[in-house]
Write a protein that binds this ligand. Structure first.
Ligand code: ADP
Ligand code: MG
Length: 251
């Protein structure tokens, strides 16, 4: 079995107000795998993703990306390592008045620290790559369209194309279909699965929709109270496992 692309070991996070949001989380995501994380409100899913990207520094534990422990890196080394992680959220967060292709090109900005990018310009050398990424999400035809005129599902696909231009090894998604209708949601899930299976990305996707987890996941991790309640191949996942995440814990 290949080594995990992303490996989280004993991750703990206590917020300054005392909330103990993560209590020793272990999980792995392999290249070519779509891992779906399920769990009720407040169980720590978003905190987990924020610790993985190091938007938050975990209180305890380690995050390994390939062979590197992110906790041991600082400054430029950490910035480079983080480029291998791309995050998409519930909302696409596009610049509405700019074109679709300009929004996708923003995914390359971390590679360009010049005055042009600071002024909102775009590195023209990245445009062919941006078009390729747009093709990967099936939206080549909309390159010149104003981003503000897209449907919710199209906007989320553009956000994924923007993430792909970052050339990530790991794609993290925090409830990426929460504000989409079922048809668009299924399309995004098919796309995430294809990026894992066909392009070898390691995809970690947090979801609320149990049916989508059963339909698309290779593996499902259930979280409860800041801990991993189960970690199963989808074929071995039972409805009882999932229901236990959403029922009150017995005293
Ligand atoms: N910035 C914060 N400060 C303090 N507590 C927080 C903060 N963000 C989230 N929490 C708390 O941490 C726990 C986990 O939150 P979160 O990771 O957002 O859960 P989920 O994404 O699974 O809904 C919850 O109890 C939440 O209220
Ligand atoms: Mg959340």
């Amino acid at each position: 079995m290949p080594d995990a692309r992303l490996s989280v070991r004993g991750l703990g996070l206590r917020y300054p107000n005392g909330t103990h949001a993560l209590r020793g989380v272990d999980l792995e995501v392999r290249a070519g795998e779509l891992l779906i994380v399920l769990g009720g409100n407040g169980c720590g899913k978003t905190t987990l993703l924020r610790c993985v990207t190091r938007a938050l520094a975990p209180t305890t534990g380690e995050v390994w990306l390939g062979g590197q422990n992110l906790a041991s890196l600082n400054g430029e080394q950490l910035r480079r390592a983080r480029q291998a992680l791309a995050l998409i959220g519930q909302h696409a967060a596009l610049v509405r008045r700019r074109s679709v292709i300009a929004n996708v090109a923003c995914g390359a900005l971390a590679r360009h620290k010049t005055i042009w990018t600071n002024l909102g310009g775009l590195p023209s050398s990245e445009l062919p790559g941006a078009l390729t990424c747009l093709g990967q999400v099936g939206l080549s035809d909309l390159a010149e369209r104003r981003a503000g005129n897209l449907s919710g599902g199209q906007a989320q696909r553009v956000a994924i194309a923007r993430a792909l231009l970052q050339h990530p090894l790991v794609l993290l998604a925090d409830e990426p279909v929460a504000s989409l209708d079922p048809e668009a949601a299924n399309e995004i899930m098919r796309l995430l699965r294809r990026l894992a299976h066909d392009q070898g990305l390691a995809v970690l996707c947090v979801l609320h929709q149990v049916d989508l987890a059963f339909a698309y996941a290779d593996r499902v991790v259930g979280m409860r109270d800041g801990q991993v309640a189960f970690d199963r191949q989808r074929a071995h996942l039972a409805m009882d496992d999932v229901q236990s995440l959403y029922t009150a814990r017995a005293a």
